[in-house]
Design a protein around this ligand. Structure first.
Ligand SMILES: [Zn+2]
Length: 289
């Protein structure tokens, strides 16, 4: 599932293709449900003739500001990807939306599992406004993160996956960040010490920056896996320290990495580096930071 670094990689590559300034000269929808709003017919009619003004990312959304006050939001969900190609190349059956660009190129939304969604809207904030802060933004400081953690009493892993709490993280980068900060995924957010919160804040930003530098994480060769807009897999999979390393030694202490279900998601943990929380009867000893 594409997370912040994968989405950023796609945005960066489309910007390298100089998508800004180009015009959508036709639109075709092959799987109507992919268009979340408006209805597919209206979508094609409205988007045709609009020019791309700016391409950015917010959380896991690709945000394309268009002329006439319209914005195209793309959420890749499980297996969505964007293919940038010359016009007229044969369409594969998983390419559900095709935007013709300047009559010479096509931007195609491909999605084997069909959970991805496109929104064409004049009010993107109604969707984006609900997202939590951007983890790589300057305003997302360690102190702010600490106070966010202290305001709630939720298990840290599902909390970090909650896009309303913090935008952009998914299963891979949360496992990596928790391991790097030596925090067990079942810890309750407000039991983290200030030192732990600052360490987690640092590691979240580090794993995301490294993911972007390596142009995303691709975990296999399947159609549903992450590929950039240039049809290239990311290089971050070799750099993962804990995710999908079940049964292999922890790179820090040698303890065998285990896989546990946490909030219906598989989690990869070193049980020595990441001490599980004590049960409710014996509150975890808090150290002052
Ligand atoms: Zn370890």
């Amino acid at each position: 599932m594409p997370e912040l670094p994968e989405v950023q990689t796609i945005v960066d590559q489309l910007n390298q293709q100089a998508i800004v300034g180009r015009t959508i000269t036709a639109a075709r929808v092959y799987w109507p449900k992919t268009i979340a709003s408006p209805d597919p017919e209206q979508f094609c009619e409205t988007i045709t003739g609009l020019t791309a003004r700016k391409l950015t990312r917010r959380g896991k959304f690709i945000v394309c500001q268009l002329s006439k006050g319209q914005t195209l939001l793309i959420h890749l969900r499980m297996s969505g990807r964007l293919n940038w190609t010359a016009k007229g190349n044969a369409r594969n059956k998983h390419e559900h939306v095709i935007l013709e660009i300047d009559q010479t190129h096509e931007l195609r939304f491909q999605d084997t599992r069909k959970f991805g969604r496109l929104f064409l809207t004049q009010a993107p904030q109604t969707i984006l406004g609900r997202l939590g802060p951007e983890p790589l933004d300057k305003t997302f400081t360690g102190r702010r993160f600490l106070s966010m953690l202290q305001r709630t009493r939720r298990q840290i892993k599902p909390l970090l996956l909650d896009q309303h709490f913090l935008a952009g993280l998914g299963n891979i980068y949360v496992d990596e960040a928790l391991w790097a900060a030596r925090i067990h995924p079942l810890r309750t957010s407000n039991t983290l010490t200030a030192a732990e919160a600052f360490a987690l804040h640092r590691s979240i930003r580090q794993v995301l920056r490294k993911g972007i530098m390596n142009m995303g994480t691709s975990l296999g060769n399947g159609q549903g896996n992450f590929y950039s807009a240039n049809n290239r897999p990311g290089k971050n999979a070799d750099q993962l320290k804990v995710f999908r390393r079940t049964g292999r030694p922890c790179l820090r202490c040698g303890t065998t990495i285990v896989r546990r279900m946490v909030a219906q998601r598989s989690s990869h943990i070193c049980t020595k580096c990441q001490q599980p929380p004590c049960d409710g009867k014996t509150p975890k000893k808090r150290t002052t930071a």
